[in-house]
Design a binder for this molecule. Sequence first.
Ligand code: ADP
Ligand code: MG
Length: 720
Amino acid sequence: MATLRQRALLLAQSRPSVTATPPSLKISDYYGESVFGTKQMKESLAPTVYKKVVEAIEKGSKIDPITAEEVSSAIKTWALSKGVTHYTHWFQPLTGSTAEKHDAFFDAHAGIEKFKGSALVQQEPDASSFPNGGIRSTFEARGYTAWDPSSPIFIFGNTLCIPTIFVAYTGEALDYKTPLLKSIEAINEASVAICQLFDRNVRKITPSLGVEQEYFVIDKALFATRPDLVMAGRSVFGHNPARGQQLEDHYFGTIPTRVKEFMMDFEIEALKLGIPVSTRHNEVAPGQFEVAPLFEEINKAVDHNQLLMDVMDKVAERHDLKVLFHEKPFAGVNGSGKHNNWSLITDTGVNLFQPSNSARENLQFLTFLVATVKAVYDYADLLRASIASAGNDYRLGANEAPPAIISVFLGSTLSGVLDELEKNGNIKIEKGDNMYMKLGISKIPEIILDNTDRNRTSPFAFTGNKFEFRAVGSQANSAGPMTVLNVIVAETLKQLAKDIDKEMSAGKEKKIAIVNVLRKYIKDSKKVRFEGDGYSEEWEKEAEKRGLSNLKSTPFALDTYLDKKSIEVFSKHNVLSHVELHARHEIMLENYIKKVQIESRVMGDLALNHIIPTAILYQNKLIENANGLQGLGLDNTAAIETIKDVSRHLESLKSNVNQMIEARKKLNKEDDIVKRAKGYSTDVKEAFFDKIRYAVDKLELLVDDESWPLVKYREMLFIK
Ligand code: ADP
Ligand code: MG
């Protein structure tokens, strides 16, 4: 009988491609049709009610019960007309995925469909099963979800989804969205204050985000045969294929038909949901792809990214495909990230990171640019902590991924401008001088979007009119790192405003005061700027010399969350209290331990149940063969050599798996969660994973292909 692997391979190779059919050739015909957006609200709400909702969206004002009743009634009518039967509060608990609990519109007692205003505004999900880091003891497991009107309500399948925050009854945030919304407020306040120095008309500033999402696609049947992919999201074993990404022919190459149909299909669904997907292409590794929507207001962009991942997952089913969002599903091959493109945009329509043709406006541009660089320098460890996860640890610093060292790339033009500003620190500006010319500020070209000046190896790069945080992991909820970025930039801007004030109080003219402070900030944060190859070993050494951190393992990187400096900055800006930070820290450690534990178990099980028995059977065949050869009086040295090789790897495999299990047992008795997590990193993962994998991957090369139980890399990666 054929093995599971062989049957899966046959199935995968004989799949017809499923065609995606858009509802109309014109996207505008169906874009946003599943969203209760501005158009739908205008059509179904009385003008006074509509006005109140818009106010709630723009100013964050509360929606009164009567308005809520009117809105919920309109939503119900709209949803029922679209065949929707249930509704749910849709939120982002700290598990990393999204959560929902569906309630039917139908009320059996009344015999009709109902949707009350109170059900729209607030709900009480059974929250005991969500991580809370000790904030709620299980017997008092009450938390509630509250409507976030700034993110549109949408229909997914037959369910109406209402984006909400998720908080404990005692007020602490239990989700990603709550601190993100608070951080948006913090950066708004701090940036408006700075903008007022340049333009009195600015009243509001919103961070914008465009998320480039990388992912792998493999056939569903192949996925199902790999317990490691199913349980841990990544392959713990597998020898590299003869042809990997060395040829670099996959990037921007043609997309395989099956995958292309899948992409078009999920894009259609995404567009219906108002997610502005716009680009699709192959990524560096075989089987790897990317999707990117147009940037949006940060809160919406985060929700849309979470939703997009769900949509991709569901649509893949129809195509018998499986999407892998893990940061490193295949060792030795490019990993997946989520490039977070971030900028600040004023209510007057100005992107504060857009250089302009006017030297005067460029002083404002430079102020925001320098503040961001300084923030990244001052809080590099916090930024590193914000992207820490078990999955991302495998990606950072490995093939084609930024290292765990946080640095900023600005490009030669801007680097030159900042250097000049710093160098000209002693230039005296006389009355009548053109200050901008003297300091080199007038030399900034309006467009710095030159592709030759792009450094893809930097974790945090300025890309023309935005910063791109590339070290974010592909599975991550972007709200985590974006909250940190908003807060640290807000803090730096606040400090900057104070410093400018001080200079002005000492009698300096406003422009001079600003320039003086910028010069100081440029000097102070210089070490974090790096224009070279971030993937190189030289950079690791150089970074160490500069005193920059290089924290490779999550539990160690997470320590920063509890530094005095971190606790202060979060509480000062009213984003997370120290109780919330402690809780989050604990949840992240817990999460890390679970992930490494699962991987370790999968490794052990696969080795003991699949690999070792297969290798022994093969070894027996070799022994028979060797004996047979000897019986015939022929040379059997080659056979004996192979038997020895197999034995050696089998021994090493078995002994390492046993030792790893012992290490786990010991750690599971450790009560201190920080010690346990660090132990899992050093005593389980670092001590054994590579050794075990090495033995298995060697055996894969030795054992005959036909009896090898696991689908191989070349089979998973080169999808047709
Ligand atoms: P890349 O060359 O890195 O692929 P793209 O131009 O394709 O860059 O843009 C990547 C992402 O950045 C997209 O989601 C795009 O909408 C977003 N983006 C562009 N401008 C901005 C901006 N000002 N703020 C935030 N995101 C932006
Ligand atoms: Mg990019």
